[in-house]
Design a protein around this ligand. Sequence first.
Ligand SMILES: [Mg+2]
Length: 228
Amino acid sequence: MRLILFDIDGTLIRSHGAGRLALQQALEELFGSAGPIDNYRMGGKIDFQIISDLLSAMNISQQEIEKKLPEVYAKMAEKGSKIFWEKQITPCSGVESLLPKLRQADNVILGLLTGNSSLTAPLKLNAAGINPEQFRVCAYGSDGKNRNELPFVAYKRAELLTGGKVDGKNTVIIGDTPADIICAKAGQATSVAVASGWHSSNTLQQYQPNHLLENLTNTEHVLEVLLG
Ligand SMILES: [Mg+2]
């Protein structure tokens, strides 16, 4: 069995700032401000971290933040369900050809390892025309305190699904940021970096992924990398 865990933003889809806008509107509505969001770098961070950082900068205590998190995730999804359609989220090139091939492959379980919360991830994918239900094992940005915890969440869920032992040895983690590579290493999984997001292949190479792709357009080659 092989578990393939995809990052969402910059890897499966391009969201054209839709996620940032949904978060900004949610925080403004719930807290009157989104804090230092304009200068905040979100790439590779998970929702838990992003929300905590922005609210901490507004002098809101960690205890209060954690109490409010479910409400923030729900509000982000509420805002996102409108914004994600207006902003025209699109699949990254090659994704629409690749996913059906992976679904047909023997012994492959498709999954997500994403900074998005469990509420916003399916909304973003649906807005890009990607069926979220094909991802059977998912670790979300609302499932841990940082990305490096998420592989272990995914392994546990994959074990519940398959009844077998799952760890990094049978897992590939694919993403567009240095944080995805670091996360794959933390989970002792095979890391596949793809330069379709904000980071150039030169930058990604410095983090020594097992495989580095410019994009996902060459389906045959990507299949070799992911299944090989
Ligand atoms: Mg990403």
